[in-house]
Design a binder for this molecule. Structure first.
Ligand code: SAH
Length: 348
């Protein structure tokens, strides 16, 4: 994607390989130079033109005139003593902050990244919304969340979840461009089978994403089993209700064959009753999907509570009803690894 900064310089990390080729040949250089640069950017992931040592000093200087190569500054780095989870607070070039979390699983290392600075969606249990919305992240900035963590941690990051700060489908074009760059075999080459995108339910965008057939996993933040409750905790439900949302999910499954994951943040006295479990059965019974129960994380501004024991009880209820559900493993609990918590502490 062709994006220029305030000085008119092209954001080089947001360019696809073909776009980079066009730009480099327009400078009168051979196409193989674009291949070299693309490899420096997306495979070796260098943060400075001067590190591109197989290019002449003169050409590096020319690149610096035409392009900008951004970097993220690590403001804070927290490592969980319990499970190696790493959390980064990054400063973006314009002074805004976002968070990313690196988690080790048996099958590999996954990073949870932010897609916007803040969020407009207003879910009332979520810390990301409280610190307010500033702007969308660019494709380059989402890639840099990964490249910077990989370089700093020395870990090989093989999966990504778009579950940090922000609503990815409210930043649709940049996110789709980012996914293209991330999975490009000439670049980072991450399989989209190892990528999940989580959304609060922007229905038309779910349908658009389905038609791209990208093969990534869609996670739906459902969190409630009827419209009254869902609208009271998630304003997006007033725009697109549960029926419309589930229709879009069925369309996504029909188009991609990918099993959908439903996130269910369990909140005491709000969505944890037997009746709620029955409603879930009515909504999701027979649909190929997975339900992820998350005991709601406490945030300062709300009195919501839940714990793993309640979550296990609710899971058992769902299982009784033949639904496929697990309680999400808690990682990084000692470092406030849940979304939005660190940025908010830092900015307010
Ligand atoms: N905007 C996207 C992705 C970011 S939030 C979305 O809504 O899906 C990532 C997940 O964390 C979502 O399922 C979100 O609902 C959930 N979440 C937010 N605050 C939470 C909290 N306090 N406790 C548990 N889960 C929370």
């Amino acid at each position: 994607m062709l994006i220029k900064d305030e000085n008119g310089k092209i954001d080089i990390l947001s360019l696809s390989f073909d776009e980079l080729c066009e730009q480099i040949t327009a400078l009168g250089e051979k196409k193989f130079r674009a291949s070299q640069i693309y490899e420096w950017l997306h495979v070796r992931q260098v943060d400075d033109f001067d590190k591109m040592t197989n290019l002449s000093i003169q050409f590096r200087g020319r690149l610096r005139e035409v392009f900008c190569l951004k970097s993220l500054f690590i403001v804070k780095r927290l490592e969980s003593a319990a499970d190696n989870t790493l959390k980064y607070l990054y400063r973006l070039p314009d002074g805004n902050h976002v968070e990313a979390v690196v988690m080790d699983y048996n099958h590999g290392t996954t990073i949870c990244i932010s897609t916007q600075v803040g969020c407009k969606m207003g879910c009332n249990f979520c810390a990301s919304t409280i610190a307010g919305f500033r702007r969308d992240l660019l494709p380059s900035e989402m890639l840099l969340e990964i490249y910077t963590a990989a370089r700093d941690s020395g870990r090989r990051i093989s999966g990504a979840v778009l579950m940090g700060i922000g609503e990815p489908l409210d930043n649709y074009d940049n996110v789709v461009c980012f996914l293209g760059l991330l999975s490009d075999e000439k670049g980072m080459n991450m399989s989209l089978r190892h990528v999940s995108l989580s959304t609060c339910g922007i229905v038309p965008r779910i349908r658009e994403l389905a038609s791209l057939g990208l093969g990534l996993t869609l996670s739906i933040s459902l969190h409630a089993t009827n419209n009254e409750t869902r609208s009271s905790i998630m304003p997006i439900n007033k725009r697109y209700d549960i029926d419309e949302l589930l229709d879009a999910c069925k369309y996504y499954f029909a188009k991609t064959g990918r099993r959908i994951s439903f996130e269910y943040a369990l909140i005491d006295g709000v969505n944890d009753s037997r009746e709620n479990a029955l409603e879930l059965k009515r909504l999701l019974g027979g649909f190929v999907c997975h339900i992820n129960i998350i005991p709601v994380n406490k945030i300062k501004e709300r009195s919501y509570t839940s714990n793993r024991k309640n979550a296990q009880k609710f899971r058992a209820l769902l299982e009784e009803m033949g639904l496929n559900a697990t309680v999400r493993r808690t990682l990084g609990a000692d470092i406030n690894a849940a979304c939005g918590q660190l940025r908010r502490e830092y900015e307010i």
